[in-house]
Write a protein that binds this ligand. Structure first.
Ligand code: SF4
Length: 351
């Protein structure tokens, strides 16, 4: 059975569940006439997400700037001169205040990010993070963290403290990755994602459009994500917001229709994932966001600020959802992370 049916015949999608797709099939989808593509992605979306709901996630930077890594899009790297100053780890009381505020405003998921290469068990800062996570998880929201690289022990301890999902983006294709980061490898990213899944946390992993990559790089990125076993629970699709002072400061934006195409093939390739319309949404019109929701996006970052860049005002988001008849999704802390299938490898194969 094929997830998408005969690619040449619009009338015949035959199955809407996960069906692991490889590059050629994804590329054929990407190259379909625009309306044919979003018609297919809409069918997959409706079969898997019939509730007309959008997940609202609040993202809080609990430790900003001063990162030792050199991701060339990032305002928080200590290697670039940007307007972001290095800060200290936020006190627990302040994080709790922000988490409560997010909950009161309808957030489903609270995601805490720290600009670190990674965390190590036995360090003071990791103990502090675990303490913060334990308290935030008692509020009842899904709890996500993004702290850089994790080993097996760190992943296990985060899971025990109450983390339900871990964000670690693969950003782009394995081949292009070395052009945007030199201080860690693509395989390092995959290793952390393996530890996250082995500890029983859900994986949140996606990419960034507009790094100078080709369309093929974008599709390869999705191929890798769709070949995870289990597939990611959420897939953020970011559009680069160029930051003055970073190597990608002069990057030209991404064509709106290419963003929609990526949302659509993410929905088809990873049908059970929340596909998150992430960075760059502030620059999108309401109509473009609506097209993204129609094509398969069902999650947004909610709140006035992402880690260091702007985001639409919360009330504007709620107004848009109301206009579209969409509801904020309820948190589901009890939902198990996706299960691995016995019949295929746990790791995506790198060429
Ligand atoms: S993306 Fe993360 S790891 Fe890379 S420089 Fe920014 S904060 Fe550091």
């Amino acid at each position: 059975m094929s997830l998408i049916g005969d690619l040449t015949d619009n009338s015949k999608p035959t199955d809407y569940g996960p069906d692991i797709m490889q590059f050629d099939e994804l590329k054929q989808l990407y190259d379909l006439p625009f309306f044919d593509l979003i018609q297919r992605s809409r069918k997959v979306h409706e079969a898997n997400w019939p509730e007309n709901e959008v997940q609202l996630c609040t993202l809080l930077s609990i430790k900003t700037g001063g990162c030792s890594e050199d991701c060339s899009y990032c305002a928080q790297s200590a290697r670039y001169t940007t307007t972001v100053d290095a800060g200290r780890l936020m006190e627990k009381d302040e994080v709790m205040e922000r988490a409560q505020h997010a909950l009161d405003n309808g957030s489903t998921r609270f995601c805490m990010g720290a600009a670190w290469k990674g965390v190590r068990d036995g360090t003071k800062r990791f103990d502090q993070v675990l303490d913060i996570v334990e308290s935030v998880s008692e509020l009842g929201m899904e709890v996500c963290t993004t702290l850089g690289e994790l080993g097996e022990i760190e992943a296990q301890k985060l899971k025990e403290a109450g983390v339900t999902a871990y964000n670690h983006n693969i950003d782009t294709s394995p081949e292009y990755y070395k052009n945007i980061v030199s201080t860690h490898t693509f395989q390092d990213r995959l290793n952390t994602l393996r530890h996250v899944q082995d500890a029983g946390m859900a994986v949140c992993s996606g990419g960034i459009l507009g790094l100078g990559e080709t369309t093929d790089d974008r599709i390869k990125m999705l191929e890798i994500l769709s070949n995870f076993n289990p597939q990611p629970e959420s897939v953020p699709i970011n559009s680069l917001v160029p930051i003055p002072g970073t190597p990608l400061a002069e990057s030209q934006g991404v064509d709106s229709f290419e963003v929609v195409r990526m949302i659509a093939i993410a929905r088809i390739a990873i049908p059970n994932a929340k596909v998150r319309l992430s960075a760059g949404r502030k620059q999108m019109s309401e109509e473009l966001q609506t097209l993204c929701f129609f094509a398969g996006a069902n999650s947004i970052f909610y709140g006035d600020k992402l880690l260091t860049t702007g985001n639409p005002q919360s009330q504007a988001d709620l107004n848009l959802l109301q206009k579209l008849g969409l509801e904020p999704q309820k948190p589901n802390r009890g939902k198990d992370s996706p299960e691995a299938e016995d019949t295929r490898p746990r790791e995506p194969a790198l060429a």
